[in-house]
Design a protein around this ligand. Sequence first.
Ligand SMILES: *Cc1c(COP(=O)(O)O)cnc(C)c1O
Length: 393
Amino acid sequence: MPNWQELEQKYYMKVFSRLPVVLVRGAGTRVWDEAGKSYLDMCAGLAVNVLGHCHPTVAEAVCKQARTLIHTTNLYYTIPQLELAELLVENSCADRVFFGNSGAEANEGAIKLARKWGREHRNGAYEVISFENSFHGRTLATIAATGQAKFQKPFLPMPDGFKQVPFNDLDALKAATTAKTCAVLLEVVQGESGVHLATHDYMVGLREWCDEQGLLLMLDEIQTGLGRTGKFLAYEHHGVEPDVFTMAKGLAGGVPIGAVLAKERAAVFGLSDHGSTFGGNGLACAAGVATLKTIFDEGLVVSAAQVGSYLLEKLDDLKARFEVVVATRGLGLMAAFDLEREVAPALVRSALERGLILNNTGPKTVRFIPPLIVTKAEVDEAIDVIARILPTL
Ligand SMILES: *Cc1c(COP(=O)(O)O)cnc(C)c1O
């Protein structure tokens, strides 16, 4: 067998510090490496594998569509795209959708909508306000919107028209709003920076401020959407509806897809304003339809809420038992704990050796974003492994 790690070193661009396993197969909440060792996956391909690995309904839908019609472009009508559009619009506050291929591309679409909105409704305003420690993707516009210098620094100068303010601080947002501002872009729960929740008052105040000022409220639901937080979309927790929101990650159960969704008044794209060769193609959308139907038919949103609260209870137990655990946070199946010292990478490695896949968002923070099908017994299994590692750190 080739040494895959050596091939990566030789041929792949050096952007990923990968963990030392080659994963070859997955089923449900488990994956297997080359040597046949199995792992419980509490990371789910970074919140992508919402139905677990190779869910039979998704696999069947992909195979069937692959034998029927993989791709045609958007010069024609295709059936899976319109079925998925209907499912998303009928189950959210949006009136219209546009499909792309990734989260970053979805956010690019949202930013373009905001700029056109500003041109038409706010005297040419073009600036998007986002938040410190946010994450919106890796394209130029989305790193400009991402409030983390480390993603921007090698690629300066950033495109014009982006500004970040502290999270959960309405006064800061109000002070930063100018005649140039056209929209606010935010994650209801910041994922990549370690599961930080917007407060209810903040979400309500934000909606009021955007209404008062004529700004678009745009939510990045790429990680929080699809039931992850215990509601189909995280804004439902707050009774606040966005004008625009984006989805990606788990939307097609592991097949690349992204979506920008908008209320009618914010869906300002006209003919030729936007496009995508692959966006919304048959293969991705057939996988998306199968994924959404499974989430709804199997009650996985409710299950994510229930198993999610159980997970948070268990994390609180860990905090009570081990001094090195200093904080826990979460909403549904999006949870994290902070460690007193910079030992999160060591914990993740040790867990991997013991057959458990976790993710650390920083040197002190461990994150859980398991498949929505995860059970309480599997949460117990993960917690037991962590409880055995914590005293060794
Ligand atoms: C993952 C993520 C993105 C970027 O998605 P890609 O598909 O990697 O481009 C954007 N926003 C949030 C909140 C994410 O979690």
